[in-house]
Design a protein around this ligand. Sequence first.
Ligand code: HGY
Ligand code: MN
Ligand code: MN
Length: 417
Amino acid sequence: MSDESRARTAIERCRKLASFSQDHGSTRRTFLSPPMRECHREIAAWLKPLGAKVRIDAAGNLRGFYPAAEAIAPRLLIGSHLDTVPNAGAFDGVLGVVLGVALLEALDGKRLPFGIEVIGFSEEEGQRFGTPFIGSRALVGRLDDELLSRKDENGVCVRQAIQDFGLDPREIPEAALKGDTLGFVEFHIEQGPILDGLERPLGVVEAIAGQSRLEFIFIGSVNHAGTTPMNQRRDAIAAAAEWITAVEREAQRVEGLVATIGSITAKPGAPNVIAGETRLTLDVRHGVDDSRDRAVETLMRLAETIAARRGLSVRHTTLLTQPSVAMDRPLARQIEQAIRRTGCEPHVMVSGAGHDAMILAEKVPASMIFLRTPRGISHDPAESVRVEDVAKAIAAGSHLLALLASSPAIQRRTHLA
Ligand code: HGY
Ligand code: MN
Ligand code: MN
């Protein structure tokens, strides 16, 4: 089977997984939601005929293990996340799992000096509980009580969601990586305009930008929209609106900074009532952690100044502070070499989007292969990939497996595993 036909199959599979959704007519799949079970079933049906053993670990990650030639051998992890944002595209996350399956199929039964574990992480986007990386944090031993106690909008905590899915939170420690892991490779769409602008099909990630996620609550006074003079209002929407434009202005001012207010809710939310409360989420990213921290401080002060001038109060909760993470250089070099063997020049770049690789990197060598995102559109149904780029990614992945299989380091590790 050619890489191109494997690529077409991979794209069809991504679109099939996209049909497993909590919403009719669009793709939304959050942590251990019912459609996640359909995903697990579909991917297991692809993996089992290849001789891979498939299990769901206690954090809800799909773990498909394709054994090595020898019983005692290290393993390479290949994967990404299976959850999505609301109204998602078909490729963010799942493509990295589907390509892991495609690489096993391309081996055509051949066993390597290392095993390959295809992983579908249960939650990377942070939609249901406000904080991301639940699945991958279990692999590095950081799915802690604080996170397990986080509640969703229905008051269900992570621990309870795990039990509701039929899993046992007491078994979470068994989800952690053992000492036999060679490394983690994550194929992912770039989700931005760089590779498309450079007309490059594939990129290699050298670092992933850090991110901070916070919730801000402006508290004013509810009152009648018709009878309350403008100079006697403590309007929580007007205060939030002033802060939102101040956030945008600050992000435009600082080189390399992006800041996003992704959601806003107002109470009571009636057209003829002045809002007494607004809740907003803030997402701040920068390649340099100090710059990001300074920006977060500045935006906090701006919120306090605006609220005080308008007679409101404001408070914030930090949901996530994730430092930027460098990818493993030797692994990235091997990926570059593998990409060159496909006849294209890799573009080495920093990822503005967060990925599970930044969590796995705490424990094992981790790196990422980016696929071009046509028009840079992601987190939207218009998200797409090119067949020829997916074919190149499969070819590069096969070259990488061959390079790793023949590398002296692996040979040494094979005896040590
Ligand atoms: O938000 C992100 O960076 C990624 O899409 N989870
Ligand atoms: Mn995403
Ligand atoms: Mn993603």
